[in-house]
Design a protein around this ligand. Structure first.
Ligand code: TYM
Length: 325
């Protein structure tokens, strides 16, 4: 299968990004043709720092390599280096209904939050995302739950384009994990973990041990006791159990059994130890990679070349089918 997915460069990579998306990518690169990219153009829809933007992009590439993406097994590139993404986004814009874009949950939430700055990019964001996916004739897109609606829209746009202009795009399907697709905030377990919404509710993948400890020990739990997975009634502890299960690679039932009769504090201590141990490997890898700038840049350059050749061939067909050539 050909697989594609992306991540924004701004904001620290947190365990929600890892468990919901990047961990799947690392597994999928073993047996598929995978493309992963840094979605720098999507990041422009929010306030950002132009001066540190290139640094953010480079660091995100280092992060992905540190988490296990292997340049021998997958293609890693930067979205804005393939100009055809934006060309295709414009072409897809003209067949996408505004009403469909206004229905997107992420748009509605952002529009509420940034009432003073609802730029047009926030609305057409999913069209660029559809272009990212369709230009590579993608079979599947591994993402967390918050992106599923955007992938469904990419399918709708592909179908519509094919109906109007003749068969051009594959219809991609979303890939989402049963557990981990939505890791919740440690401070408000009814909301997804998100660095921009609540830094205290996040654990960064490269956070130092003291900070991991602080975040876990101050995580909101629920009234009552017992280490039980019951998201409707005990969202706080259920989220922590999910995190424990995914990092220890043990089923949730087994985690519940392991902590039977124990209290929140014992559980949190063990969760801290587990996270510190697992994340330490990533931290070490990042420490050495961040110094190998030329090596990382060469990986991104190779990725750019490979992505460009596929984008070129799809766009030839798109332009011809739309009467632009
Ligand atoms: P972004 O950068 O917000 O997130 C990257 C990936 O992390 C997942 N994720 C989560 N998973 C579980 N729990 C959470 N709390 C959590 N928070 C984030 C996201 O679902 C995502 O898979 N629009 C995209 C980037 C993008 C893209 C694309 C993705 C641009 N073009 C094409 C796929 C295909 C975004 O902002 O992801």
């Amino acid at each position: 299968m050909r697989i594609i997915s992306g991540i924004q460069p701004t904001g620290e990579l947190h365990i929600g990004n890892y468990l919901g998306a990047v961990k799947q990518w690392v597994r999928l690169q073993e047996n598929n043709e995978c493309f992963f990219f840094i979605a720098d153009l999507h990041a422009l829809t929010r306030e950002y720092q132009p001066r540190s933007f290139q640094e953010n992009i480079f660091e995100k590439a280092v992060d992905l390599l540190s988490l296990g993406l292997d340049p021998e097994k997958c293609v890693i590139f930067i979205q804005s280096q393939i100009k055809e993404h934006t060309e295709l986004a414009w072409l897809l814009n003209v067949i996408t209904k505004v009403a469909e874009l206004e229905r997107m949950t992420q748009y509605k939430e952002k529009a509420k939050k940034f009432r003073q700055n609802i730029n047009a990019g926030l609305l057409t964001y999913p069209v660029l995302q559809a272009a990212d996916i369709l230009i590579y004739q993608t079979d599947a897109v591994p993402v967390g739950r918050d992106q599923i609606q955007h992938i469904e829209l990419a399918r709708t746009i592909a179908r519509k384009f094919n109906n109007i202009f003749g068969q051009t795009f594959k219809e991609p399907k979303a890939m989402m994990l049963k557990e981990g697709a939505k890791i919740m905030s440690l401070q408000d377990p009814k909301k997804k973990m998100s660095k921009s919404d609540s830094p205290q509710g996040c654990i960064g993948v490269f956070d130092p041990p003291e900070l991991i400890k602080k975040r876990v020990m101050s995580a909101v739990t629920d009234t009552g006791k017992g280490i039980k997975y019951y998201p409707a009634k005990k969202p706080g502890i259920s989220n922590l159990v999910t995190i424990f299960s995914l990092f220890s690679e043990k089923p949730i039932k087994e985690v519940e059994r392991k902590f039977k009769g124990k209290g929140y504090s014992d559980f949190k201590k063990e969760l801290t130890d587990l996270l510190v141990k697992k994340l330490e490997l990533f931290r070490q890898k990042k420490k050495s990679l961040i110094r190998r700038e030329a090596y990382v840049r060469e990986i991104l350059e190779q990725g750019r070349r490979r992505a460009q050749s596929i984008a070129d061939s799809t766009m030839k067909e798109v332009r011809a089918n739309m009467g632009l050539m």
